[in-house]
Design a protein around this ligand. Structure first.
Ligand SMILES: *[C@@H]1O[C@H](CO)[C@@H](O)[C@H](O)[C@H]1NC(C)=O
Ligand SMILES: *[C@@H]1O[C@H](CO)[C@@H](O)[C@H](O)[C@H]1NC(C)=O
Ligand SMILES: *[C@@H]1O[C@H](CO)[C@@H](O)[C@H](O)[C@H]1NC(C)=O
Length: 461
């Protein structure tokens, strides 16, 4: 019954927020499937063309996340029951059954607790909904000027700028771009020794699949493990994931380990204070670093306290489609961590679209030092940092492509290379290096994959 109450309040709430684009008041009523009559009153605010960010959206997201989590728990419970049933009829009868039974009991108790918590939240939301309704009522009493007659112009003025990242508009955030591949001269492997120090990229292995996203919002995204975990709750086995298709990207899923990721049940869902843009986020030293939507603002979100730790503009950085990678997707600002710290890969109007690399202070997000390369950001598919060197990937769609360029921040010099790289699923939207595991993490067309990388001593000067 409580679920019914919750979803009822969610649907009521949605109708209130979604009505913001309408420019006249309306009162509708219809039966729900239980046959009860629902009244929906919608009215546009005379002052605001869209709802302020701080409205009920975060609470709504919070509840949605918890519902997601609850669904995961229910799936686990069901899986647990199945497992229990199987063990019950199996050869080692009693003990297995006992174990399965106590697991189910534990999970039931957990569910009970979650249920109570959610019911509390549902009540809170209903209280706020009542408030909102009262507010709407009083707004209706205030006469609106010229809403009905000047429909045409009014509508134009009030329509929010259409956002291609809005799933509702049926469009993805990708943009048309030409993929250029730099002709490959072959790299001659140098020496044969197992090399554990910092060095230059020698080879990238075949992609290893860990999980396929199962909803449309997972066409592209970001996933990673913290190379230098901090704090009491998470370690180097925790897997972090964000699906980044959609208008308001805020949900950060935490999985205990790779196995839990493959099975699909997050242990936790964190809701970010500000929405994220694109696939440039990274996890480093117990924080999620990301670019705030439609801005050059970088955010450090502390995973333990689940709160904003710092926020700072990346000076002059292009954003929201000014200097993306070739696949588009507002990939203007790409954050990366390696053996030498935290980096931002982006461009500025002064650099005219050439890749700029800045080393950032991981605490304050201040730029410590910057380098300007001569590789155009929109001619490469992606980039990552290894040992203070920037590497670019030539294509995001070609099954056999190359890492085609390296820029060394130690010398300030760059040059073309050709290290084979595979986009097995033909749409690679994120590539990040994890130095603790010496692997690349990538998101290739719904597929979360890793690549082993081999480093070696620099093969030149
Ligand atoms: C590299 O060296 C190892 C042992 O030192 C050897 O087993 C292996 O075959 C060598 N690989 C190549 C490609 O030469
Ligand atoms: C995590 O760290 C431990 C200890 O340093 C190490 O043995 C283990 O391989 C690491 N696991 C991962 C997934 O990086
Ligand atoms: C990619 O290269 C592999 C060998 O490395 C080859 O088997 C495969 O056919 C190539 N795929 C394409 C699409 O060229």
């Amino acid at each position: 019954m409580w679920l019914q109450v919750l979803f009822l309040s969610l649907s009521c709430f949605s109708s209130v927020t979604l009505s913001q684009a309408q420019d006249r008041a309306s009162l509708r009523h219809s039966n729900d499937h239980a046959g009860r009559c629902h009244y929906t009153f919608t009215v546009a605010s005379p002052q605001e063309s869209s709802c302020p960010e701080r409205s009920m959206k975060p609470e709504m997201d919070g509840v949605l996340s918890r519902v997601t989590l609850l669904e995961a728990l229910v799936s686990r419970l069901i899986a647990g029951m199945d497992g229990g049933a199987r063990t019950g009829v199996g050869s080692n009868g009693g003990e297995g059954l006992q174990e399965a039974y106590s697991q189910v009991t534990r999970e039931r108790n957990q569910l009970q607790k979650d249920k109570e918590h959610l019911s509390g939240q549902a009540q809170e939301l209903q209280r706020r909904l009542a408030e909102l309704s009262r507010e709407a009522e009083s707004l209706r009493e205030t006469p609106c000027q010229h809403t009905h007659t000047s429909g045409g112009t009014q509508h134009e003025k009030n329509t929010p700028a259409s956002d291609p990242t809005d799933l509702g508009n049926g469009a993805y955030q990708e943009m048309k771009a030409e993929v250029t591949e730099v002709p490959a001269s072959h790299l001659i492997p140098n020496g044969n020794h197992t090399f554990t120090g910092c060095g230059e990229l020698q080879s990238v292995g075949d992609p290893v699949l860990h999980r396929k996203a199962d909803t449309m919002t997972g066409k592209y995204g970001v996933w990673m493990q913290d190379p230098e975990p901090q704090g009491p709750h998470y370690d180097n086995k925790t897997v972090w994931r964000m699906d980044t298709v959609g208008k308001d990207v805020r949900q950060l899923f935490a999985y205990e380990d790779m196995e839990q990721l493959s099975q699909g049940f997050p242990m936790k869902v964190l809701v970010l204070p500000d929405p994220m843009e694109s696939t440039g986020a990274t996890i480093y030293r117990g924080s999620l670093y990301y670019q705030r939507k439609r801005s050059r603002t970088l955010i450090r979100y502390d995973l333990t306290s689940e709160s904003l730790a710092s926020r700072r503009e990346l000076p002059h950085a292009g954003f929201h489609g000014q200097h993306p990678y070739s696949w588009g997707g507002y990939t203007d600002i790409d954050l990366a961590a390696d053996e030498q710290g935290l980096w931002a890969i982006y461009s500025t109007s002064k650099a005219k679209g050439a890749i700029v690399i800045s080393q950032l202070d991981p605490k304050s997000l201040e730029v410590k030092k910057s380098w300007e390369t001569n590789i155009r950001k929109n001619t490469v598919a992606n980039a990552f940092m290894v040992c203070g060197r920037l590497y670019t990937v030539a294509s995001y769609t070609a099954a056999n492509t190359t890492v085609n360029y390296v820029f060394d921040t130690a010398t300030g010099a760059g040059r073309a290379v050709a290290v084979p790289f595979k986009n097995k699923y033909r749409y690679n939207s994120m590539v990040d290096y994890n130095h603790a595991q010496r692997k690349l993490f990538a998101w290739d067309n719904f597929h979360m994959v890793t690549y082993d990388v081999r480093l070696g001593r620099a093969s030149r000067s």
